[in-house]
Design a protein. Structure first.
Length: 129
């Protein structure tokens, strides 16, 4: 759609949300087939939810620091209307993918260097970090 209409693409990355919960049983697991059937019958949706745990055995997410990054715009005005050209689409997809992958690596590095990442450290103050 971006190529078709000449919209810019803004690469985006996020790190940390996946650390807030642990997936115990994935939604596609056969153990959740009764839940999936129930959700489909009652809500009319084929989607089911996984079972997860956060703080201890509860589903309450752990308070994890999250990191976000918005990249430089990738302009598509010069290739507008060429959405049927496989090489053009592939090149745009690959450059967008590369930008997102680099940003995830950047955010992971920032998270590792973040002295304020720990909730306990933030609550106790700088002298306990």
């Amino acid at each position: 759609m971006a190529i078709q209409y000449g919209y810019p693409i803004i690469p985006f990355a996020s790190v940390g949300a996946d650390d807030a919960v642990d997936i115990v049983v994935d939604a596609d697991n056969p153990l959740l087939l009764p839940e999936k059937m129930f959700v489909e019958k009652v809500l009319g949706s084929p989607d089911s939810w996984p079972l997860w745990r956060g703080i201890g055995p509860t589903p309450i997410p752990r308070p994890e620091r999250q990191y976000y990054w918005f990249g430089e715009q990738i302009q598509t005005t010069s290739i507008r209307g060429r959405q049927d050209d496989d090489a053009t689409v592939r090149e745009l997809r690959d450059s967008t993918k590369t930008a997102v992958e680099h940003s995830i690596d950047f955010l992971l590095g920032e998270r590792e260097r973040d002295k304020n990442r720990s909730l306990i450290g933030r609550l106790l103050g700088p002298e306990h970090r």
